[in-house]
Design a protein around this ligand. Structure first.
Ligand code: TGC
Ligand code: FAD
Length: 399
């Protein structure tokens, strides 16, 4: 017979997924999630502490992800893609970011900001030359939009593309560019003499791009970040992305990457929640587990509720993206809110671990530091607030 004590110490078996969200995944989606989960937990988790401490990104990670079909999973099999849906893309981001936002970052840039624009806006020659190698992870790419004086407002960028015989001369500086120091190719956005934005593929084999690593980040230390310096680099017409002009080019790539972040941050938050719960059940103060305190239980319940709602919402977002072109403001809503809840959960989880919470051995402080970047890049929280404000009022409040 069960005693009162036994009842008290048994948690619901479905506490991790109390709404049964995973029951809504297809067999294929469950398989993809498991593949990403196994890779992340068996290959990435064991190396992440050392990588974060020493600012190491091992390029072979991109190759291993490619071999498993986890890079740009929605791309056509014609170019070596797995032809999966957007929900699978999100589940992969969620599993990788459960280990570290830096690894998800390197993967997101490759998939959403390099392969995606070539697939959408590139010539057949560019697609055939670059996408299969990028999907396999044989080439690494980066995406240069941000400049030293133009972050939230890229429309005022200063990088120029001057038309010359047979091509273009590109000059300017990009900064805070993920993967730049290790990239074989860079998608560079620049303005023509007529003030029209164009996208280019700069190939390290052909073009003399100078990339300098940004040292001393206290966030996203497992991901390489750098500057790109371009001084009148001649780029032939073959390297212009012919399918797009104007800011809808880079902004439409951001939709895809922001969607991945909305999923990824739930993975990061969930790791923190589970760690805090386990710690609270095992850590005793005043002769009882700290999880016995109502204040601690409230934290855990808030985490469970926010993560459940955030996960449900990104699943809905992914399903809608698979059916139709979604309003980009909906993506802004989920990027903004899931970053916000993940940061809050990471901060409060860190507190539950007391002094141990600041030790890298418990991982939560690493997630917390990473999430500070994730909240800033791909549009800051303020910028997404203004995108949503404009969407519901019709009034532009940026400037
Ligand atoms: P705006 O007038 O709003 O738009 C200009 C043109 O672009 C179109 N557009 C979009 N198209 C598709 N998707 C979207 N989300 C779009 N947003 C805008 C728009 O329809 C228009 O098209 P057209 O044909 O009429 O010309 O432009 P704006 O200059 O007023 O910009 C407004 C604002 C503030 C929203 C934009 O500048 C913005 O999003 N700023 C934030 C910058 C940002 O997010 N940067 C990210 C850099 S990349 C990065 O951080 C990678 S980190 C990756 C990692 O490591 O994981
Ligand atoms: P700013 O635009 O100067 O903003 C500073 C502050 O002012 C923010 O709080 C912002 O919200 C606020 N603010 C600005 N305008 C307004 C306004 N109108 N109303 C209210 N508040 C406002 N970029 C790339 O192109 N490619 C990459 O691969 C890439 N990777 C990155 C990796 C890392 C690690 C980091 C940190 C950044 C990366 N970025 C990348 C750059 C990133 O997108 C920018 O940092 C971001 O868009 C913000 O720009 P900013 O840093 O210039 O801040």
């Amino acid at each position: 017979m069960m005693s009162d004590h036994d009842i008290n110490i048994q948690a619901d078996p479905d506490w991790t997924d109390i709404l049964g969200i995973e029951n809504d995944l297809s067999t294929e989606e469950i398989l993809v999630k498991k593949t990403a989960h196994d890779y992340a937990s068996q290959k990435l988790f064991p190396i992440v502490t050392d990588a974060f401490k020493n600012e190491i990104f091992d390029k072979s990670i991109i190759k291993e992800l490619g071999e498993l079909g986890l890079i740009a999973p929605t791309i056509s099999s014609k170019y070596g893609g797995a032809e999966l849906n957007n929900v699978c893309h999100g589940l992969i981001a969620y599993e990788i970011e459960r280990v570290d936002s830096g690894y998800r970052s390197a993967m997101s840039v490759q998939s959403s900001l390099v392969i995606h624009p070539i697939n959408e806006f590139g010539s057949d020659k560019q697609k055939n030359k670059y996408i299969p190698e990028l999907i396999k992870g044989n080439l690494i790419g980066c995406f240069g939009l941000t400049e030293p004086d133009h972050g939230s407002d890229p429309s005022s960028m200063q990088t120029t593309a001057k038309k010359v015989d047979g091509g273009w001369k590109i000059s300017g500086t990009k900064t805070w560019i993920t993967n730049a120091p290790i990239a074989d190719i860079a998608i560079i956005w620049a303005k023509t003499d007529e003030n029209i934005l164009k996208g280019f593929i700069l190939d390290r084999n052909q073009h003399n791009i100078e990339t300098k690593k940004i040292e001393g980040k206290f966030s996203l230390r497992t991901s390489e970040t750098g500057e790109i310096h371009m001084n009148e680099i001649f780029v032939s017409d073959d390297y212009l992305l012919p399918g797009v002009s104007g800011f809808k080019g880079p902004f439409s790539c951001l939709n895809k990457a922001r969607y991945g972040i909305a999923w990824g941050t739930i993975g990061s938050a969930e790791f923190c929640w589970h760690s805090a719960r386990e710690y609270a059940l095992n850590r005793k103060q005043f002769n009882r587990p700290i999880a016995s305190n109502q204040l601690i239980q409230k934290d855990l319940v808030d985490f469970q509720t926010q993560i459940t709602l955030g996960k449900l919402a990104v699943l809905k977002l992914g399903r809608e993206m698979d059916k139709r072109n979604i309003n980009p403001a909906a993506i802004s809503m989920m990027k903004r809110n899931n970053c916000k809840i993940a940061l809050d959960i990471a901060r409060r989880s860190r507190d539950i671990l007391g002094g141990n919470g600041i030790s890298i051995d418990y991982h939560i402080i690493r997630h917390l530091l990473n999430l500070e970047t994730v909240n800033t890049y791909e549009g800051t929280a303020n910028i997404h607030t203004l995108i949503l404000g404009r969407s519901q009022t019709g009034i532009q409040a940026f400037s």
